[in-house]
Design a protein around this ligand. Structure first.
Ligand code: GAR
Length: 206
């Protein structure tokens, strides 16, 4: 299955996917294109180094969210993409885009959803005094970080954590979890019934 990866920044999750692909650990998933909404981010250099096609579709160039999403979809179509992975992609997708890929868009988020959706989730967890946070990989719907959960892993919050140190430990978990979910998605192992997703366990086995 040809997968498009949407990014906005550093791209460590993209790197985890590229590394997994190089080790033949993504099963039938193939990273067909990487698209960033921001120019010159490290994620684009990671795609370049891995010799994966990459493009910038800058949201600032478009008058509306849907116009931006249509431009991204055109780029995804040019690479025959069937499924979309949000790997640190910091834009909300329009209902039009979400409807175009039913149960074919996944996102990784650095908290145990439904706690702490949106931006700066590790900082939100610290400010709240949470003792446990983690990572959630979920299907994307038109809500903010609210689609059906596919897999989660918990990460304890330490007394001396900063948002950065907590985020780094969460990312270690998401770098392991995201590729295994992409593999499961591409193999057709995931089934969705309402909010319930079967076909992946959070230990990483598809
Ligand atoms: C990741 O930790 C991801 O979970 C988070 O941004 C980071 C991007 O890191 N995403 C969100 O907060 C989405 N709401 P990366 O660019 O190094 O993969």
């Amino acid at each position: 299955m040809r997968v498009g990866v949407l990014v906005s920044g550093n791209g460590t999750n993209l790197q985890a996917l590229l590394d997994a692909a190089a080790r033949n650990e993504l099963g039938v998933a193939q990273i067909a294109v990487v698209i960033s909404n921001i120019p010159n981010v490290p994620a684009l250099a990671r795609a370049q180094r891995a010799q994966v096609p990459h493009a910038v579709v800058a949201h600032r160039d478009f008058a509306s969210r849907e116009a931006f999403d249509r431009a991204m979809a055109a780029e995804l179509d040019a690479h025959q993409v069937e499924a979309v992975v949000l790997a640190g992609f910091m834009r909300i997708l329009s209902p039009w885009f979400v409807a175009r890929y039913p149960a074919r868009i996944i996102n990784t988020h650095p908290s145990l959803l439904p706690a702490f959706p949106g931006k700066d989730a590790p900082a939100q967890a610290l400010a709240y005094g949470a003792k446990l946070s983690g990572v959630s990989v979920h299907f994307v719907d038109a809500s903010l970080d609210g689609g059906p959960l596919i897999a989660q892993r918990a990460v304890p919050v330490r007394a001396d954590d900063t948002a950065h140190s907590l985020h780094l430990r969460i990312q270690q978990q998401e770098h392991a979890l995201l590729p295994s979910v992409v593999k499961a998605l591409a193999s057709g192992a995931l089934t969705v019934s309402g909010r319930h997703v079967l076909g992946h366990d959070s230990d990483g086995h598809a």
